[in-house]
Design a protein around this ligand. Structure first.
Ligand SMILES: [Zn+2]
Length: 306
């Protein structure tokens, strides 16, 4: 099979790099980058099954406070275009976005999450229907949804155009699709190039440009396509900071020199949460204005209408 751009269907490309044995090609028409050959379904299932880190990763525990402004903004746009109605979150994780939408007045929300343990957390958190399966096996009804959100999932999928086509069918006329994905023109990829962690095959398979996203959506008959970029992926950069010493320590205690081990989990509140501080959030807000103007945000946000 010949390489073909997942977004604009162009067959002209050039090789940009190979990582972990996976060839990354850049489309000559829309400049999106894609992994080719695409890994098989079985290969992907194997990869996600053995990568248990996905279950314990802090992103699952995160409240995503830094994303709340963005979520609010996209939901507001969706409401303006389609009115409130059924909302579906594809790859909903622990249900943070679903819960946020509920708080914003979207009472009829559903989610799809392929990892059953995580789907269970989402159900518990939202009281909503969460299908613990993949997108293709969830019993969804065509023309049923006012809003479908797919945050940081589409770049993992083997076939982007088929996914977009299915989403189009599921939306009611006038319904809105919200996508968040890796921005191929973002700051981290620009600076780190193939060293960027976001290039970690077979995890991410397609790296969208705005032009690629536009062409992919227009081909599926979506209209009113708005795009902008936000955020810098901190994990791309914090890995260059000097590693902090583990807080676990052996302390000499009282005159008997009794040795006591102090476990980090007991003495320290969990780290992270720099991203939850008001100072960080204000800086992020300011940075997002700049990133939007320059298209240098690492995350591409797309809102399109059926
Ligand atoms: Zn292309």
């Amino acid at each position: 099979m010949e390489p073909i751009c997942q977004l604009c269907a162009c067959k002209s490309y050039h090789k940009v790099f190979t990582k972990k044995g996976y060839e990354h090609l850049q489309c000559d028409r829309c400049r999106s980058i894609y992994v080719f050959p695409r890994p098989s379904e079985a290969e992907l299932i194997g990869f996600y099954q053995q990568d248990g880190e996905h279950l314990s990763d802090t992103c699952w525990q995160d409240s995503h406070r830094h994303a709340w402004d963005l979520w609010k903004q996209t939901l507001k746009m969706a409401k303006r275009k389609s009115g409130t109605g059924k909302l579906l979150d594809i790859g909903c994780g622990t249900g943070e976005f679903m819960r946020f939408a509920q708080q914003e007045g979207w009472t009829d929300v559903q989610g799809i999450e392929v990892v059953p343990e995580i789907a269970a957390i989402a159900t518990q958190k939202t009281g909503a229907t969460v299908y613990a399966t993949d997108f293709w096996n969830a019993p969804l009804k065509a023309g049923d949804y006012s809003v479908i959100a797919i945050w940081d999932v589409i770049e993992h999928l083997r076939d982007v155009s088929v996914t977009l086509s299915r989403i189009y069918d599921l939306l009611k006329p006038g319904g809105v699709l919200i996508i968040g994905t890796v921005n191929r023109d973002g700051f981290s990829i620009k600076m780190l190039r193939h060293h960027a962690q976001t290039f970690g095959p077979p995890e991410h398979l397609t790296f969208f440009t705005q032009r690629g996203a536009y062409l992919a959506l227009a081909t599926q008959n979506f209209s009113k396509i708005h795009q902008w970029s936000v955020f810098i992926y901190l994990q791309e950069w914090t890995r260059f900071l000097p590693k902090r010493e583990k807080t676990s320590s052996i302390q000499a205690k009282d005159t008997h020199s009794e040795l006591t081990e102090t476990k980090p989990t007991e003495t320290q509140p969990t780290e992270t949460k720099l991203t939850e501080t008001p100072l960080f959030l204000s800086c992020m807000k300011l940075a997002n204005v700049f990133l939007r103007l320059t298209n240098l945000g690492d995350e591409l946000v797309i809102v399109a209408q059926k």
